[in-house]
Design a binder for this molecule. Structure first.
Ligand code: SAM
Length: 249
């Protein structure tokens, strides 16, 4: 296995970038509507796809590629950014655990070569059909949500044929995680917050009564500003450490 890593610190307004470590038995609280409103992917993601992977010769294979994108969300990154990189594409399998994400992807970004599938990557049986068939595996901003990254990486290994490659891009740490952990310990909010995973506003939001939501958002901004500082235009800074990983079987 070859290994290539990079670290990156980025800055972006954050509230809609949310998710939580999933348990295959619990519902994932991702809002496809909110997520699909993001105007563009992070510059660092575009650079990873267009520069890093291109420089590593990812798109030059002579054989037809079977690509899998795990955690495809509402499909824009998959269809508008990943798909055009592969001139020799047989099929792009785009998975997401949340049905509304896949519904939105199918309606907004249909493509004859993309197969959108509702599947939780934590669940072995959901992906065993494609074992040894995926020549290029991609996952952006999803592996930080895996309950067991060890099992998830094992699953990637099993999906790849010999010489198959995987490219992963995901957060290692975000200052915003500290902010919501502190917010959850604030006596004002402590009694409302009953979830264990504090990676996301979308996990916390269902715990907060509607009548208190405006106050909750105010406090969330307060903790985030305190943790990360703010940009000159008053928007919160998002301090992020990201792992970019490219491996070959
Ligand atoms: C932050 S979004 C990233 C979407 C897309 N990759 C992008 O960068 O625009 C993370 C996505 O991963 C999905 N996800 C989280 N855990 C997952 C799992 N265990 N299996 C499949 N999808 C998952 C979520 O539903 C969500 O759509």
């Amino acid at each position: 296995m070859g290994l290539f890593t990079l670290n990156h610190s980025g800055s972006q307004t954050l509230l809609s970038r949310c998710g939580a470590v999933p348990d295959s038995k619990t519902t994932l609280h991702y809002d496809a509507e909110v997520y699909s409103q993001l105007d563009r992917p992070w510059d660092s993601i575009v650079r990873f796809l267009y520069v890093t992977l291109a420089d590593l010769g990812w798109y030059k294979g002579t054989d037809e590629e079977v690509v899998m994108d795990v955690g495809c969300g509402p499909g824009r990154l998959t269809s508008q950014f990943i798909l055009p990189c592969f001139p020799n594409l047989k099929k792009l399998i785009a998975l997401d655990a949340v049905p509304s994400m896949i519904e939105m992807a199918k309606s907004l970004y249909p493509h004859p070569k993309i197969e959108y599938v509702v599947a939780n990557f934590e669940d072995d049986s959901a992906v065993e059909w494609w074992k040894q068939q995926v020549t290029k595996f991609i996952s952006v901003h999803c592996f930080n949500r895996m309950k067991s990254q060890y099992d998830a990486f094992k699953r990637v290994y099993e999906l790849l044929p010999p010489n198959g490659e995987a490219a992963l891009f995901f957060l290692l740490h975000n200052g915003y995680y500290n902010a919501i952990t502190k917010l959850a310990k604030d006596p004002k909010w402590q009694s409302y917050i009953t979830v264990n995973f504090l990676f996301s506003v979308s996990e916390l939001a269902p715990c907060i009564p509607d009548s208190k939501m405006a106050d909750f958002k105010k406090d969330l901004f307060h903790y985030t500003f305190k943790e990360n500082g703010m940009n000159t235009d008053g928007t919160p800074v998002d301090k992020t450490t990201t792992l970019e990983l490219v491996v070959q079987k």
